[in-house]
Write a new protein. Structure first.
Length: 225
């Protein structure tokens, strides 16, 4: 009797192989571990390697980089305080010195910073669904956020061909504009803007998507209105 894993000769009545340690009844099929997420995506086309122009720069922490406020080249000189002025001396009254206090500038009032208001965007999918997007969301066949992630909307796309990944892309808003970010999907994401320009999204980067654009996710797509 031989081991079905490594082919070594097994003595009669042996329960384990002395060479690889496998059970005498083990087969290559029983040793194969199951995929925790089988049949995730059907690859329909290879993704070419190319550099693209990113619409919104991101920092190392994943947040949008904001340029620092401009610092003036010259600093205005301080205004000197007025000197004390003595009152005129008369015979009936002793001399008294009056001091005019320096004018104290009132502190500058900083304007209240308004938080950007989120706009309502409507996503019309090729599968017939219409989703009102106001905030953040995750799109895919079976969208699954990471344990530390929070999304306002989970959009499940029906795709029998499984060309759309389970977690294909995420979306959100930046200063009232809509953006998407490919989540390292199997078939990628393409933005076709109203001005006829097309951009293949680099995974993990955010791209602004104006209204009227078409976002292609493998065999499916949705319109941004």
């Amino acid at each position: 009797m031989n081991c079905l894993i490594c082919g070594a000769m097994l003595p009669a009545g042996a329960m384990f192989c002395g060479e690889c340690g496998s059970s005498s009844t083990a087969t290559p099929k029983t040793r194969k571990r199951p995929d925790p997420r089988p049949s995730d995506t059907t690859i329909i086309q290879p993704l070419p390697r190319q550099r693209v122009v990113i619409s919104i720069p991101l920092g190392a922490d994943g947040r949008v980089q904001v340029p620092p406020a401009a610092v003036p080249d010259t600093v205005p000189e301080p205004v000197p305080a007025p000197k004390p002025v003595a009152a005129p001396v008369t015979q009936d009254s002793p001399p008294v010195a009056f001091v005019i206090p320096a004018a104290v500038p009132s502190p500058a009032v900083q304007p209240a910073v308004e938080r950007p208001r989120t706009s309502l965007f409507v996503l019309q999918f090729s599968t017939g669904e219409t989703v009102s997007a106001q905030g953040t969301g995750l799109v895919g066949r079976r969208p699954l956020p990471q344990p530390t992630e929070r999304f306002d909307t989970l959009v499940q796309v029906s795709d029998l061909g499984m060309s759309v990944s389970k977690s294909h892309l995420e979306f959100g808003q930046h200063e009232g504009e809509f953006w998407i970010s490919d989540r390292f999907s199997g078939n990628g994401t393409i933005i076709r803007r109203p001005d006829s320009t097309s951009v293949r999204c680099e995974p993990g980067r955010r791209y602004l998507v104006p209204r009227g654009s078409r976002v292609e996710i493998a065999d499916q797509f949705f319109m941004v209105n």
